[in-house]
Design a protein around this ligand. Structure first.
Ligand code: ADP
Length: 689
C-alpha cells in the first residue's frame, strides 16, 4: 500500500494538469487568475481606504480636542468642573469619542467623562515649550488619545504697550477616540471587495465556459470524426463552426476525407475491374504464349525439316566422295579435290547439326542425360583426339588433371565432351604458336564427398579477344574482329557451349587479353558416384577395306530416295555384298520374305509404311525377330535414336553416314572378317558427329 500512496502523492502537477480537459484547464487558469487579481486589488484598496479613514478620524479627533480645549478655558480658569460640563457633553456627542478628561495645570483631573481607557502615556505635565496645537498623545490597539494644552493669553489691547505678553498654561484636555469606525470601514471595504471579486470570478468563469465551449465543441467534434475515420469510415464530415481557425481546420479535414473517399472508391473500382483485367491479360498472355510456342515449334519443325532435306543430298555428296576416295587409281590432285568435297560437306553438316542443336536448346527441348562418367577416360579421349591436331600445328597440347579429381561423376558425358571439344577446337584453331592447356581440378568438395565442384579450364596462347568482343562472341553467329579477318566457322559453337553449361548448372566465363591468349572456364557441381557401367571399347577402325572373308552376304536397302540407295549400293557392291532394294516399308517386308537378306539397312522416313512400323512388324514375326537391322535416318536426334531402338533396330547410323562407321557396325552384326590393306589418310578417317 505504501508505495502506491507514495506514487500517488509523487504525481507531478504537470501530469495532474495533463489529466484535465482543455476546458477545465482554461477555467482553472481564469478562476485562479481572477481570484488572485481581485484579492490583491481588495487588499490594496482596503489598505488605501483605511489609511484615508484613519487620517480623517485623526483630524477629526484633533479638531474635537482643539475645540474642547477652547471651551474648557473658563472651567480651568475657575477650576470648576461645572463650567466644563457643556463642553464635555458636546465633545462626547461626537461619534467615536469615548472619553473626555480635563486636567488642571498641576495635573489634577478636573473632569473625566466616559469609560476609563488605560493609557501608557506619561503623566500629564507641562511641556518645556509652548504647545498650542492639539496632538496625538498615545495610540492603542483600539483607541487614540489626543491632548491639547490650554493656555491663558493676556490681552494686549494697546499698540503702544511694549511689555512682553505672558502666556500661562492653564491645564490640558484629553479626548479618547475609538478606532471602531476605522476597523469597521476596513472590514466593510475588504468584505465588499472579496464579494465583488468572487462575483467577477464567477462571471468570468461562466464567460470562459461559454468561450471555451465554443472552442472545444468543434475540436471535440473534429477529434470524434478523426477517430471514426481512423476506424475506417470514409463518409465522415464535420460541420465547420467555432473560431475561423477551427473552421479552416474542419474544412481541411473535410477536403482530406473527400479526397480519401474518392481515392478509395477509385481503388474499389480498380479492384472490381482488376480480376477482369487479370483474366483478360491472362487470356492475352496465354494467346501470346501459344502463338510464341506455335512460332517456336514452327521454327524447330522447319529447321528439322531443312536439316532432313539437306542431309539427303549431303548424304549423296559425301557418300560418293567417300566411295571415290576408295579408288586407289586416283592421282593426288583428284584425291585432294575429293577431300575438299568431303570436307565442305562435313562443314555444311556441322552447321546443320549446330543450328538444330541451338534451336532445340533455345526451345527448351534439350534434356540432359547424366550417366556415371569416368572423367579420366573422357580426358584421355580428348587428349587422343586433339593431340594429333595440335601436332599438325606444332602446338604443345597439355592436359592437367588434379589427383583429387573424382574418378566417376554423374554428368551428361556427351554434352560435357561437346563443350570441351568446342573450346579446345577453338583454342587449337586460333592459336598459331605456343600451347593449349586443358585443366580439370576440384574447387570444393562437400563433406561427405557426395558432390564435387569441378573447374574445367581451356587456356591458350592465341591472339586473345578484344574486350569489346568478349560478350558478343557468346551470341549465335557472332565472331570476333571485323568481317574480313574472320576465320572459317559458324559462330555457333560458343553460343551452344554456353547454353549447355547453363543447362548443367554452370556459367561459361572468359578471361582474355589481346595478344596474350584466352582462358575459357566454367565450374560444375557434380555428384560423385561409384564406377559406372564399363565402357565398351570403341571398335577398332578397319584399315582400307577391300572385301570380307566367307560367303557373300545379302543386304536389303530400304530407302525411298534413289540417290541414297545408289550411294549404299556403290559402297557395298565393290566389297562383295549382294544388294536388294525396297522403296518403302511394305516393299521391305515383302523383300525380306522373298530374298531372306542377312541384314537390312532401313531408312526411317518412307511412304506407305515407315521404317519404324516395318521394323516393328519384322520383330513381331518369329522368323525375322533376330534379323540384324541398322536404322538410317537423317534426323540425328537422341529421340529418333531411342525410337529406332524401341522399334527393334539393332543399331543406328545417321545421314550423311560415315562409311567406316557403317562398315564397323555391319561387321559387328554380321560377324565379318574384313579383308583390308593398311589404313591411309583419306576422308574416311573423319568420323562424323
Ligand atoms: P566459330 O569458332 O565457329 O567461329 P564460336 O562460337 O566457337 O564459333 O566462336 C566465336 C568466335 O569467338 C570465333 O569466331 C572467334 O572469333 C572467337 N574465339 C573463340 N575462341 C577463341 C580463342 N580461343 N581465341 C581467340 N578467339 C576465339
Amino acid at each position: 500500500m505504501k508505495p502506491a500512496r507514495i506514487a500517488m502523492t509523487a504525481r507531478s502537477p504537470g501530469r495532474w494538469l495533463g489529466a484535465l480537459s482543455f476546458q477545465q484547464q482554461l477555467s482553472l487558469a481564469v478562476v485562479l487568475g481572477v481570484l488572485c487579481t481581485t484579492l490583491l486589488a481588495s487588499v490594496a484598496s482596503a489598505w488605501q481606504a483605511s489609511r484615508l479613514t484613519r487620517l480623517n478620524l485623526m483630524q477629526q479627533g484633533l479638531r474635537v480636542t482643539a475645540s474642547l480645549a477652547q471651551q474648557s478655558r473658563l472651567a480651568l480658569l475657575t477650576s470648576t468642573a461645572e463650567n466644563a460640563g457643556e463642553a464635555v457633553r458636546t465633545t462626547l456627542a461626537f461619534p467615536d469619542v469615548l472619553r473626555v478628561e480635563v486636567y488642571l495645570a498641576d495635573g489634577r483631573l478636573l473632569v473625566a467623562k466616559g469609560p476609563a481607557v488605560p493609557t501608557a502615556a506619561p503623566a500629564q505635565e507641562a511641556s518645556p515649550e509652548q504647545r498650542e496645537d492639539p496632538y496625538l498623545l498615545d495610540e492603542g490597539s483600539d483607541t487614540w488619545r489626543f491632548a491639547a494644552d490650554v493656555w491663558f493669553m493676556a490681552d494686549n489691547t494697546s499698540p503702544y504697550d511694549v511689555t512682553e505678553i505672558k502666556s500661562e498654561r492653564m491645564g490640558q484636555v484629553q479626548v479618547v477616540l475609538s478606532k471602531a469606525t476605522l476597523t469597521q470601514t476596513r472590514t466593510n471595504i475588504f468584505m465588499v471587495n472579496v464579494l465583488s471579486s468572487l462575483v467577477i470570478a464567477v462571471l468570468f468563469l461562466g464567460l470562459m465556459r461559454l468561450v471555451s465551449a465554443r472552442l472545444t465543441r468543434p475540436l471535440n467534434d473534429l477529434s470524434r470524426a478523426m477517430r471514426r475515420a481512423e476506424q475506417g469510415e470514409v463518409d465522415v464530415r464535420t460541420e465547420p463552426r467555432g473560431p475561423s481557425d477551427l473552421q479552416h481546420m474542419s474544412q481541411a479535414f473535410n477536403q482530406m476525407m473527400a479526397a480519401l473517399q474518392e481515392r478509395g472508391e477509385e481503388l474499389q473500382r480498380h479492384r472490381d475491374h482488376l480480376e477482369e483485367l487479370v483474366r483478360d491479360r491472362t487470356i492475352e498472355l496465354q494467346h501470346a504464349k501459344e502463338r510464341a510456342e506455335v512460332a517456336s515449334q514452327a521454327k524447330t519443325d522447319f529447321l528439322a525439316r531443312m536439316s532432313h532435306e539437306l542431309r539427303t543430298p549431303l548424304n549423296a555428296i559425301m557418300g560418293y566422295a567417300q566411295i571415290m576416295q576408295m579408288d586407289r587409281s586416283l592421282n593426288s590432285r583428284q584425291q585432294h579435290i575429293l577431300r575438299t568435297i568431303y570436307d565442305s560437306g562435313d562443314h555444311l553438316l556441322k552447321l546443320i547439326v549446330d543450328i538444330l542443336d541451338l534451336s532445340r536448346i533455345e526451345a527448351g527441348k534439350t534434356e540432359l542425360a547424366p550417366v556415371a562418367c569416368q572423367l579420366t577416360r573422357l580426358v584421355a579421349m580428348l587428349d587422343d583426339v586433339l593431340r594429333i591436331k595440335a601436332a599438325e600445328k606444332r602446338l604443345t597440347f597439355l592436359v592437367l588433371s588434379d589427383d583429387n579429381v573424382p574418378a566417376h561423376v554423374m554428368v551428361d558425358e556427351g554434352r560435357l565432351r561437346q563443350v570441351l571439344l568446342n573450346l579446345l577446337g577453338n583454342a587449337l584453331k586460333f592459336t598459331a604458336q605456343g600451347q593449349v592447356l586443358l585443366k580439370v581440378r576440384v574447387v570444393a568438395a562437400s563433406s561427405p564427398a557426395d558432390t564435387a565442384r569441378l573447374r574445367f579450364e581451356v587456356d591458350d596462347t592465341g591472339p586473345g579477344i578484344a574486350p569489346s568482343d568478349q560478350a558478343r562472341i557468346f551470341e549465335p553467329f557472332e565472331q570476333a574482329g571485323d568481317s574480313r579477318s574472320r576465320s572459317a566457322g559458324t559462330g555457333l559453337g560458343l553460343a551452344i557451349s554456353r547454353s549447355l553449361v547453363r543447362l548443367m548448372g554452370g556459367e561459361l566465363q572468359l578471361v582474355s587479353r589481346e595478344g596474350r591468349g584466352s582462358c575459357f572456364w566454367f565450374e560444375l557441381d557434380l555428384p560423385v558416384c561409384g564406377s559406372g557401367p564399363v565402357a565398351v571399347p570403341a571398335a577398332s577402325r578397319p584399315g582400307h577395306i577391300t572385301g570380307y572373308a566367307g560367303p557373300r552376304r545379302r543386304i536389303l536397302i530400304a530407302d525411298d530416295v534413289l540417290a541414297n540407295r545408289q550411294v549404299l549400293i556403290a559402297m557395298l557392291q565393290p566389297l562383295g555384298f549382294d544388294t536388294v532394294e525396297a522403296i518403302h516399308g511394305q516393299e521391305a517386308l515383302d523383300q525380306v520374305k522373298a530374298v531372306a537378306p542377312d541384314l537390312v539397312l532401313m531408312d526411317l522416313t518412307m511412304p506407305v509404311l515407315d521404317g519404324l512400323q516395318a521394323m516393328k512388324r519384322l520383330r513381331e514375326d518369329p522368323a525375322t525377330r533376330a534379323l540384324p537391322i541398322i536404322a538410317i535416318t537423317a534426323n540425328a536426334s537422341t529421340q529418333h535414336r531411342e525410337e529406332a531402338q524401341g522399334a527393334g533396330a539393332s543399331d543406328f547410323i545417321s545421314k550423311p553416314f560415315d562409311c567406316n562407321d557403317l562398315l564397323t557396325k555391319m561387321g559387328r552384326l554380321l560377324d565379318l572378317n574384313w579383308v583390308t590393306t593398311a589404313p591411309q589418310e583419306t576422308g574416311l578417317q573423319h568420323s562424323l558427329p
